[in-house]
Write a protein that binds this ligand. Structure first.
Ligand code: RIB
Ligand code: CA
Length: 313
């Protein structure tokens, strides 16, 4: 595998933290050019704080963290403290971060990086609402043709939604941003709830991470214990779906996943279905197949990769 240059855009979130830990664990495969905080699970002040906490936990206080959008393009902010807790990283008491965020705005960092790196070499990895990406595309439409691809956690189809019956949280928070991104022509790989609902933090899988013993593993186990409680109650399952690390796992081991190229459109009008990702899985329309939609995953292989990654930190 070639060493990939990536930008991570994220709204930590315990599951975002797991994804970022996985990314930092493979420096020989992933060159993280920068990490961008966006408002989502919790307000930007917390997502920026949390992102820097995760960087320091991974021994990377040198990482470049940028702060992005304070709110969606043109809707009131919707957050998910009911899942992630007041801070977004509830479950573990950790000191406030020492490292500071960069002065440059995340949107300008994304634009400048895509323009300065050779075309087709930088992968955008989004773990939260797509507000920063949409702002960058609006300010600099030329970047759509310069990204290698955008790999995102978001959406759902056969699995429905998780914040409304029709919509998944990352899309629901800023559907206008998602509409801009999905229409941009940028190559997109989508990790929807159809995949992430197969990635359950079962007791056996979490026990393997706990057995690693080191502090990063223990912190992650405590974060997962907090994060999964809401979904265990909701779904009655053994463990909760671990969404965001699917994006990084795809970069490291794409063979864990399978899906197909489909047309995906974003519903932004109806109050009933706003934020829905309408996936033309059976190709019943002639609309362009703008997204590689993942549907199946080797869940045990994914959790083996997560444990191997955390063991490296
Ligand atoms: O719907 C799940 C997604 O919303 C995950 O990215 C989670 O962190 C929240 O952002
Ligand atoms: Ca997230």
């Amino acid at each position: 595998m070639d060493r990939r240059k990536i930008i991570i855009d994220t709204d930590p979130g315990q599951d975002d933290a797991a994804a970022i830990m996985m990314a930092f664990a493979h420096p020989e495969k992933l060159e993280i050019l920068g990490l961008c905080a966006v408002a989502g699970n919790v307000p930007l002040s917390f997502t920026s704080r949390n992102l820097r906490i995760v960087c320091e936990l991974c021994g990377r206080p040198d990482a470049a963290v940028y702060e992005g959008a304070l709110k969606p393009l043109n809707r009131p902010q919707v957050t998910a403290e009911h899942v992630h807790g007041r801070t977004g990283l509830d479950g573990v008491e950790l000191p406030e971060p020492v490292m500071a965020a960069q002065a440059k705005h995340a949107v300008d960092f994304i634009i400048d990086t895509l323009r300065s790196e050779p075309a087709g070499t930088v992968t955008l990895c989004t773990l939260g609402p797509l507000t920063n990406i949409a702002l960058a595309l609006t300010k600099a439409p030329d970047i759509a043709g310069r990204a290698r691809e955008l790999v995102m956690m978001g959406g759902g189809f056969f699995e429905g939604g998780n914040i409304t019956p029709a919509a998944e949280f990352n899309i629901y928070v800023d559907p206008e941003a998602a509409k801009i991104v999905f229409a941009s022509g940028m190559p997109i790989v989508m990790m929807p709830l159809d995949v992430t609902h197969q990635l359950l933090t079962t007791k056996a899988r979490v026990a393997k991470i706990a057995a690693l013993g080191a502090r990063p593993a223990q912190v992650l186990v405590d974060w997962l214990a907090f994060f999964e409680r809401f979904d265990i109650e909701k779904y009655g399952s053994d463990g909760g779906p671990l969404h965001d690390p699917s994006v990084i796992a795809y970069l490291l081991k794409p063979e864990l996943f399978s899906g197909r190229d489909c047309n995906v459109e974003i519903e932004t009008e109806s109050e009933l279905t706003v934020g829905m990702t309408v996936v033309d899985w059976w190709h019943v329309t002639e609309r362009p197949r703008n997204v590689k939609v993942m549907r199946d995953v080797d869940a045990d292989g994914f959790f083996d990769l997560l444990a191997e990654s955390v063991a490296r930190l």
